[in-house]
Design a protein around this ligand. Structure first.
Ligand SMILES: O=C(O)[C@H](O)[C@H](O)COP(=O)(O)O
Ligand SMILES: [Mg+2]
Length: 335
């Protein structure tokens, strides 16, 4: 497998700039790390927009809804409109609504926070769990009694949706386990019925999440207790999986041959680009180190240290192709 081109000169950046019209950006590890903007990211986005490029943001992070993400972009000084932002929380809500045709009289039990709840509300899907105070209490040690009370389990639930959840607790896990393992749980989810089928969906399965310059357990790691205990394989929506790709393509109608995906994670962003038949640019400001490409045998099209390098395309010495005295085509530094 050809190793990816490490871009390092103004000409490299200029070539990249001229080659793609649509730039799709991952967020965590590319534009920001947790709540800290990555140096030069804002300038890079402005630079691309200034060159007439289309910019789209595609994040696996389900902690925030698109309106909440728009506020984060604004706060961090990154130019973005809400409809340029796609998160795994929104993609999961769209998937439930449009692909699974989730019945209006059924509910989703949320293992996550406000971002997922808000996006389910946006598409008109009923929900429970999540940040509901009743589901955010620690159980008394060795005491399951509250979990076997009449109203502990809602028979209208027809899906468990797991995402990034900083308020994960054993009670929520127990309820989700009940829904996913009840009789008929792997059967269809029907309107006008209760109990029976229950979808098992993850917004994304990232193992780690970058924040404050360090790595922390990500959504994929948080779902492991349910995957292991229920022995069920969830549908995963986020990058690199098909539901997120289908959502990107249906929402943004992109020309893959003129589009590039910029990400920091080989297993989500770069594989996502490959499955989407797009070129990819790995930046080294997030979870992946350059040597990981070799060990993981996942090869981006290009590698760059930081997305901010792209602005050098304009300001760096332009090189002039010239025919040398001996007739060879030479490259000469600008005069
Ligand atoms: O654990 C998570 O949710 C993810 O690691 C994280 O949020 C990834 O976000 P992205 O890099 O796709 O913007
Ligand atoms: Mg990332």
């Amino acid at each position: 497998m050809a190793s990816p081109r490490k871009l390092s000169t103004p000409q490299d950046y200029a070539d990249l700039l001229s080659r793609y019209d649509t730039w799709l950006f991952d967020c965590d590890g590319v534009i920001w790390s947790g709540d800290e903007v990555i140096d030069g990211a804002s300038k890079a986005v402005d630079f691309l927009r200034g060159h007439g490029k289309r910019v789209i943001f595609v994040t696996n992070n389900a902690a925030r809804s698109r309106p909440m993400l728009k506020k984060k972009f604004d706060r961090l000084g990154i130019a973005a409109t809400e409809d340029e932002i796609l998160s795994s929380a929104y993609a999961a809500a769209v998937y439930l609504k449009n692909v699974l045709k989730f019945p209006a009289d059924r509910k989703v039990f949320v293992m996550g926070m406000e971002g997922i709840e808000a996006e389910l509300d946006t598409v008109g899907i009923q929900r429970c769990g999540g940040t509901h105070p009743e589901d955010n209490k620690f159980l008394p040690a060795n005491d399951y009694s509250s979990l076997v009370e009449e109203d502990a389990i809602d028979p209208a639930v027809g899906a468990v949706l797991c995402g990034f959840d900083m308020h994960l607790n054993y009670a929520k896990l127990c309820k989700a386990y009940r829904y996913l393992t009840r009789e008929g749980a792997q059967g269809p989810v029907l309107a006008g019925k209760t109990g029976g089928g229950c979808h098992f969906i993850l917004t994304n399965d990232d193992k780690v999440v970058p924040a404050m310059g360090q790595l922390w357990p990500g959504s994929g790691s948080l779902a492991t207790p349910l995957i292991d205990s229920t022995k069920r394989e969830p549908i995963v929506v986020g990058k690199p999986h098909a539901p997120m790709l289908e959502t990107v393509k249906s929402l943004y109608n992109i020309d893959e041959s003129r589009s590039i995906f910029v990400g920091d994670n080989l297993h989500t962003d770069i594989l996502f680009a490959q499955d989407g038949k797009m070129d990819s640019l790995l930046v080294l400001t997030g979870v992946t180190k350059e040597e990981d490409c070799e060990t993981e045998a996942i090869w981006p099209s290009f590698i760059m240290d930081n997305i901010s390098n792209i602005v050098a395309a304009e300001t760096g010495p332009s090189r002039i192709g010239a025919v040398g005295v001996d007739g060879t085509i030479g490259i000469h530094a600008s005069l």
